[in-house]
Design a protein around this ligand. Structure first.
Ligand code: 9MR
Length: 635
């Protein structure tokens, strides 16, 4: 792989509130101005980055009938959206793979969709339940991309979304037999030149005087940084995917020898093997006994300076550095290690003990140092992940420690936290920076001795939030639970859609109400192509899918010898912030849903990241389970 030189000039153009991942931005000539408004996501100037032309079809060829390109669950809601200037209801027809009409009906005019500025109708074909492949929907003289109706429709999405974690692993060679031949590579950051390695990493100047072995874990995203707060939420979502599968789904589907992990066959569920790879890393980030701030966790480890694209992990020549411990990272460690102690107990009691001890130590250290905030300014060589509000991390950690130990002291911490009664389910969804919702979701679902009235209140807060998300989704002509205003389409917006779906699913699990289940199932349509760009944001899933995501490893758009991201990689999604030079230039004044480019340099709209794929994995696991249950019931 070749390293490409960073275009320093562009960095200057981005400004102070710029994102962190700047070194990859290369200059490019201006975009055709119409592209952003039309939904043409990839007809890029080939002179831009030395890259070959991205071959998405021009806007005129983008079907105006927008469907979930992967497909629909037989007994689930089935909706589509048509972009049209017509104001009266239109006739639609559904055709099977032999072009035979199987259903027809009338569309519902919806006026102008706020988030896209498009004039649209919606189509409801939920009554069609017959399984089949390559259906198409026709309306207003246009035809959709083909899709399936099947109870197997999300099986591959689940395992592909989870495979993303394996290919992002640090400190282990990636086996082509598991990951796919294109994704095989030597281990990264074990100290083989030119790598400096994560096995003996010093602190950044002035931070500490010791060195730590922080090998392993997952690379966060396009960069080779490893960040405890983002690793925290991602690992939690894999562990809670497992907890949900056991409680309400199909644990065997993510059990031993079911996923692409090298530990398959070891008697431990594969999804837990994958999560453990990161848990072990998180444990290594804890400050050792006897050192200043002992028990806290370093916020992150990453390169001293940003590297360019493409760059394989084992070719990264930059020195690695530990950045200061933070309260947020320490509490992420406490939360995830406490959860891991619970989840791993049946498989490896000594690992469970190690986790519980680390969680208790981390909790105590965070109490001693409650205001060590990670700075937003610390973005040289890696992302900042700054966070000055840690009440939510305290709450989540207290919840996990209580659920694992049942101890009164942790229960008191839960009940006295201001987060316990706060509105923690925001319209924009939870994320690495706001994790109180994780605590609330866990408290609502995990077995515990929480007083009955408390449990009821917790569960009510969750169903109220789900009711709001249902209303939000009903307002959207594209059917997803994210409000239409520009502020909600922020960096990683696809994960916010997915995390709101997590809340809907949990409300469904608690109540059995079909409204929540249907809103959850319909919500994924947006991610898989029923959106203003008619683009599936998941590589390899859908005929018209993103595939030039910002990544140092899967940089096909920059070097044709390299692969695209593996199937199952989720793009961050529409971001009105336009915090990269390519997006800034090409998407000026874009309507929220159109603020996206399938271009490798658009890191603020098109990066891959572990916390986004964890949300996708969680939701895909639910979808695959619910589709299969229906298959069983109707068989
Ligand atoms: O996901 C993060 C997003 O919420 C922030 O707004 C953004 C800018 O600070 O950073 C995102 O995280 C990036 C991280 O800083 C570095 N690795 C890639 C992450 C995904 O883009």
């Amino acid at each position: 792989m070749r390293a490409c030189l960073a275009a320093a000039l562009v960095v200057a153009a981005v400004g102070v509130s710029a994102p962190t991942d700047l070194a990859h931005a290369a200059p490019r000539s201006p975009q055709r101005p119409s592209a952003a408004a039309s939904g043409d996501v990839g007809a890029l100037d080939p002179a831009s980055t030395g890259s070959r032309r991205a071959d998405n079809p021009p806007a005129a060829d983008v079907p105006r009938v927008r469907v979930n390109q992967v497909g629909y669950v037989p007994d689930g809601p089935k909706n589509a959206t048509v972009v049209t200037e017509r104001t009266e209801p239109l006739t639609w027809t559904l055709r099977d793979s032999s072009d035979r009409e199987v259903a027809r009906g009338r569309s519902t005019p919806r006026g102008v969709d706020e988030a896209s500025g498009q004039r649209v109708h919606t189509i409801d074909f939920s009554d069609v339940r017959r399984s089949g492949s390559s259906y198409t929907l026709t309306a207003d003289g246009d035809r959709s991309i083909p899709f399936d109706i099947s109870d197997r429709v999300y099986a591959d999405l689940r395992s592909d979304a989870l495979r993303f974690f394996y290919v992002q692993r640090s400190g282990i060679p990636i086996d082509g037999a598991l990951a796919g031949a294109d994704y095989a590579r030597p281990a990264g950051h074990l100290g083989v030149p030119p790598n400096k390695g994560d096995t003996d990493v010093p602190c950044a100047p002035g931070v500490c005087r010791y060195r730590l072995d922080v090998r392993g874990g997952w690379y966060d995203a396009a960069d080779h940084g490893k960040y405890v707060v983002n690793g925290g939420i991602a690992t939690h979502q894999l562990l809670s995917l497992w907890e949900r599968a056991r409680r309400a789904g199909d644990p065997h589907a993510v059990g031993d020898s079911r996923l692409r992990v090298p530990e398959r066959g070891n008697g431990v569920p594969d999804v837990l093997d994958e999560a453990r790879w990161e848990v072990e890393f998180l444990l290594r980030m804890q400050v050792p006994p006897g050192k200043p701030l002992a028990g806290m966790a370093h916020h992150k480890v990453h390169d001293r300076n940003w590297t360019g694209l493409p760059m394989a992990p084992h070719e990264d020549p930059e020195p690695r550095e530990l950045r200061p411990p933070s309260t947020a990272a320490t509490l992420n460690l406490a939360a995830v290690a406490a959860q891991a102690a619970r989840v791993f107990r049946p498989y490896d009691p000594s690992f469970a003990d190690r986790n519980l001890a680390a969680a208790r130590t981390a909790w105590a250290a965070a109490k001693r140092h409650p205001d060590r905030y990670a700075s937003d300014a610390d973005s040289q060589g890696g992302g900042a992940y700054g966070d000055r509000h840690v009440e939510d991390e305290f709450y989540w950690a207290a919840v996990e420690l209580y659920l694992t130990t049942g101890e009164a002291a942790y229960l008191r911490e839960v009940l006295t936290s201001p987060m316990h009664t706060a509105q923690v389910f925001s319209d924009g969804g939870f994320g690495w920076q706001s994790v109180a919702a994780l605590g609330r979701l866990q408290l609502a679902t995990a077995p515990s001795d929480l007083p009955r009235d408390e449990l009821e209140r917790v569960r009510d807060s969750l169903t109220h939030a789900a009711d709001r998300y249902v209303q939000t989704a009903r307002r959207q002509a594209y059917g997803h639970p994210l409000p239409e205003n520009a502020e909600f389409y922020a960096w990683g917006s696809n994960s916010n859609v997915l995390n709101n779906i997590v809340v809907l699913v949990t409300a469904y699990d608690l109540t059995g109400r079909k409204t929540y289940r249907d809103a959850a199932i319909e919500g994924i349509d947006y991610v898989l192509g029923r959106n203003a760009l008619n683009l599936s944001y998941v590589t390899g899933h859908g005929d018209r899918a993103a595939r030039n995501q910002h990544s140092r490893m899967y940089a096909h758009q920059l070097d044709p010898r390299l692969p695209h991201p593996p199937a199952g990689s989720l793009a961050g999604g529409a971001n009105t912030g336009l915090q990269d030079p390519v997006a800034e230039r090409s998407l000026k004044d874009c309507r929220p849903q159109l603020c996206y480019l399938d271009h490798i340099q658009s890191f603020s709209t098109n990066e891959v990241a572990i916390n986004w794929n964890s949300a996708l994995s969680w939701v895909a696991s639910f979808l695959a389970d619910v589709a299969r249950e229906e298959g069983r019931t109707s068989a």
